[in-house]
Design a protein around this ligand. Structure first.
Ligand code: NAG
Ligand code: NAG
Ligand code: NAG
Ligand code: NAG
Length: 313
């Protein structure tokens, strides 16, 4: 690799060292490359530096099947690029380009490119995502095709790579539509995906385009789960309401039971009774209230005793 680079660079250096203004040869353009994105084709090269006037360039092309150099409207131009997108050169032609620099009556050697075929060498994408529709078990993706022209001339397939965000195990769907449904997904789960176009440039070969940005979307909740949640909330509410009602009911009965059980046998010693009746002791107010009923009960028992004694008498 290194010897090759040296071979490529040295002649230019020598040409420059030999004062190009006076020599019959100019330095040749360097770094001649073809930049092809979505079938927009641009041939570009590094500007040739000489001390005198601006340098001009001429581009020619030929095809593999017709071995004769022709022009493409990039003849004696000042720019260091040639846009050959809208020329007669077809996307499926195998084409070669050559460039040289020109200044007054001087010219450089031609610099030739490798074989170029837009259908094979262009970089398609990245695709643009239009929208995503989330469902409980699927995501419906809509995206834009790379270029109207591409899809009308070539067979284009789309690869949709997707994975559950938490696992990163990727699956790929291949489709010819710009709408695709990722199926059998889990509800309420975040899935990520990337889309890529593949252009069929010959019988069996596809050239893969750029991956789109990663996009992540969550599936929605299924109707069943929704109904389940609603039912659960309903049942929990009922249980809470009934529970609270029962607690109040039970506490009420419990108080009654305690009263009923403790009061007949409970005899408060008289000195404590006096103490309890002391109005300066508010702490025992509740107890006092109970005591009011005790008095009531006592009076009843007194009556029954009186009845008893009357019966006895
Ligand atoms: C050509 O490209 C190489 C690598 O990108 C760069 O180092 C070099 O400066 C370029 N030459 C010119 C004349 O621009
Ligand atoms: C050639 O280039 C010139 C100037 O850039 C432009 O005006 C003209 O329309 C082009 N001709 C063709 C056939 O593309
Ligand atoms: C090249 O030409 C095409 C159409 O002729 C145009 O749409 C595109 O913008 C041009 N690209 C550049 C980089 O000038
Ligand atoms: C991809 O993401 C980058 C940075 O987040 C953004 O600048 C770019 O526009 C995005 N490309 C597309 C095709 O959405």
């Amino acid at each position: 690799m290194l010897p090759l680079l040296l071979l490529l660079l040295v002649p230019g250096g020598i040409a420059r060292a030999l004062s190009p203004e006076s020599a019959s040869q100019l330095p040749a353009p360097q770094n001649v490359t073809i930049d092809s994105r979505n079938f927009y084709n641009l041939l570009r090269w590094a500007p040739v530096q000489v001390e005198k006037d601006p340098v001009f360039y001429t581009v020619q092309y030929k095809t593999q099947s017709y071995d004769k150099w022709g022009e493409i409207n990039c003849t004696h131009i000042a720019e260091t690029k040639c846009n050959f997108t809208s020329t007669e050169i077809q996307s499926h032609w195998i084409t070669f380009f050559r460039v040289r620099s020109e200044l007054e009556d001087m010219q450089s050697d031609w610099v030739e490119t490798d074989a170029f075929m837009a259908a094979k060498d262009t970089i398609v994408g990245p695709l643009t995502l239009k929208d995503v529709v989330s469902n409980p078990d699927s995501l419906l993706l809509n995206f834009l095709p790379p270029l109207g022209k591409v899809t009308s001339i070539f067979d284009v397939e789309y690869l949709v790579h997707y994975w559950e965000k938490s696992t990163a195990i990727k699956k790929t769907i291949t489709t010819r539509n710009t709408q695709v449904e990722l199926q059998n997904l889990r509800q309420l789960t975040e899935y990520c995906f990337q889309i890529q176009a593949a252009v069929k440039h010959s019988l069996r070969s596809y050239s893969c385009g750029l991956l789109s940005n990663t996009s992540c979307h969550q599936t929605t909740m299924s109707d069943g789960t929704k109904a389940g949640y609603i039912l659960l909330i309903f049942v929990v509410t009922i249980i809470v309401v009934v529970g609270v009602a029962m607690v109040f009911f039970y506490l009420g009965n419990f108080n009654e039971a305690i009263k009923a059980w403790s009061q007949p046998s409970l005899k408060i010693p008289s000195h404590i009774e006096e103490y309890l009746n002391d109005p300066d002791m508010p702490v025992f107010e509740d107890w006092e209230n109970t005591c009011v009923e005790v008095d009531h009960w006592d009076s009843l028992s007194v009556v029954s005793k009186a009845e008893g004694s009357q019966t006895e008498a």
